[in-house]
Design a protein around this ligand. Structure first.
Ligand SMILES: *Cc1c(COP(=O)(O)O)cnc(C)c1O
Length: 462
């Protein structure tokens, strides 16, 4: 194997015991959970890769910052520390905390959208897609076609397809496009990064047609790391400089701080122009949905943890170790001939469930099959990112076909060791050896109308 594990730039001060169930116990838990990974209890998962969202381990500096939390209803000093930290990182004039990323979307998206409007993205994350639809609009995905080929090793596969974007604008009319959302890194495409050149070009096109550009910024730091590593002209820039430049092209951002800002709960909205008419409307929505503007649904102590986490997220040694974990797993899977969205992205390994089970059609959710098998095999909880998550067409109610059927092994930040990663890779290798014996997938027995993957019930097809 050619990739060496990059040792942790921290040591462990507090431990959280894990429990390992037997295979029989795990099979019973799955049936009880109606084969939905979100219905499993956390304590029944040996290695929990359901998401990298809010599952981060905080640092001693974050924990000590929490002790300074100011719980004043209005104007808490925690809010001003968060504002100073976020303004320094992003260079935006207005910063609005919210309780998490989807709350930021709920506050901001209705201000851009409405009946008959469209929003364009390099691939909407599921909650962002939902908030576009809930505010009367329709989402249009224009991801770089290279993202649809998991075996194709190319840089910046998370990019916006600029030609497709312009076609959408011309087809529907620029006045019907409420907002362009650039997701960095591109979660739906496997944590693939977006290049600075692409961000610049998307921004230019938005300006040409007078459409606001919003960055969906959950993984701003991981994206900056890829730009530094892989894009010409950025090797000698600092991560901080790169982040600043990325955001300089956007008008607003929405952020789930539960990812790269290394906290357990929180979100942000940013507006570049402090005199934007959006700001009073953001404040009104925030007060109605989230709470007063200086706490936005969070505790004062959460604001302080976030203020520190935003800074830790852009540290060089941390990001090298972080992306190094993905590269270590990817190299082991390469050795075993297991396909994944390659090159590996920033926050997890997106295993190609369709390649693992070529005989199972998308209507039976092959990547969900792999998620179930991983839990049976080693108590590993993962998540399907494919047709099951995508859901049905909101107009025709027909099952949509995802561009790829991924089983996402999302890696929580600063949580698992090299030995844990080996358990995961060994489990995948064992499943691959018996994949042909698994003949059928799953059918949905109940589903809610939107974001069904969190709640739906499934059963194995016999
Ligand atoms: C997680 C995420 C969101 C939603 O954020 P929550 O904090 O989970 O509500 C939005 N966009 C992207 C790209 C995400 O990864």
């Amino acid at each position: 194997m050619s990739v060496k594990y990059i040792a942790e730039p921290f040591r462990i001060k507090m431990v959280e015991p894990l429990r390992i169930l037997t295979r029989e116990e795990r099979e019973a838990k799955l049936a009880e959970a109606r084969y939905n990974m979100f219905n499993l209890k956390g304590e029944d998962c040996y290695i929990d890769l359901l998401t990298d969202s809010g599952t981060n381990a905080m640092s001693q500096n974050q924990w000590s910052a929490m002790m300074r939390g100011d719980e004043a209803y209005a104007g808490a000093s925690s809010y001003f520390r968060l504002q100073a930290s976020a303004k320094e990182i992003f260079g935006f004039e207005y910063i609005q905390p919210t309780h998490q990323g989807r709350a930021a979307e709920k506050v901001l998206m209705p201000l851009f959208m409405g009946e008959g409007k469209y929003a364009i993205s390099n691939l909407f994350f599921d909650t962002t897609r939902a908030h576009i639809i809930l505010s009367g609009g329709r989402p249009l995905d224009c991801v770089d076609p290279r993202a649809k080929d998991p075996a194709l090793r190319a840089k910046f596969k998370g990019n916006m397809d600029l030609e497709a974007m312009e076609r959408c604008i011309l087809e529907h009319g620029a006045d019907k496009i409420g907002v362009v959302v650039l997701t960095v890194t591109n979660n739906g495409a496997g944590g693939q990064p977006v290049s600075m050149e692409n961000i610049r070009q998307v921004s230019q096109m938005c300006k040409k047609y007078s459409i606001p550009l919003n960055i969906d910024a959950a993984r701003y730091a991981e994206n900056a790391f890829f730009i530094k590593r892989d894009e010409e002209g950025y090797a000698h820039k600092s991560i901080r400089e790169i982040v600043k430049e990325m955001f300089s092209y956007a008008d607003t951002f929405t952020m789930s701080s539960k990812k790269d800002a290394i906290v357990n709960m929180g979100g942000l909205i940013g507006v570049k122009d402090g005199s934007s008419p959006l700001i009073p409307a953001i404040k009104s929505n925030c007060i109605n949905f989230e709470g007063f503007v200086t706490y936005g649904g969070l505790n004062g102590r959460d604001l302080d943890a976030l203020a520190v986490g935003l800074q830790e997220g852009v540290e060089d040694d941390y990001l090298k170790y972080r992306i190094g974990q993905m590269e270590y797993m990817a190299a082991r899977l390469d050795d075993a001939g297991i396909a994944y969205q390659s090159p590996v992205g920033g926050h997890g390994v997106f295993v190609d469930g369709q390649a693992m089970f070529p005989h199972i059609p998308y209507t039976e959710f092959p990547a969900h099959v792999l998620a179930v098998e991983l839990y049976k095999e080693a108590g590993i909880r993962s998540c399907e990112i494919g047709s099951f998550m995508l859901g049905n067409d909101p107009d025709t109610n027909e099952q949509l076909k995802a561009t790829a059927e991924f089983t996402r092994l999302a890696i929580p930040r600063r949580v698992y060791t090299q030995a844990h990663l080996d358990v995961i890779c060994d489990a995948l290798i064992n499943i691959k050896a018996r994949a042909h014996e698994i003949k059928h997938g799953y059918r949905i027995t109940w589903e809610p109308p939107i974001m069904r993957h969190f709640q739906a019930f499934l059963e194995p097809i016999k």
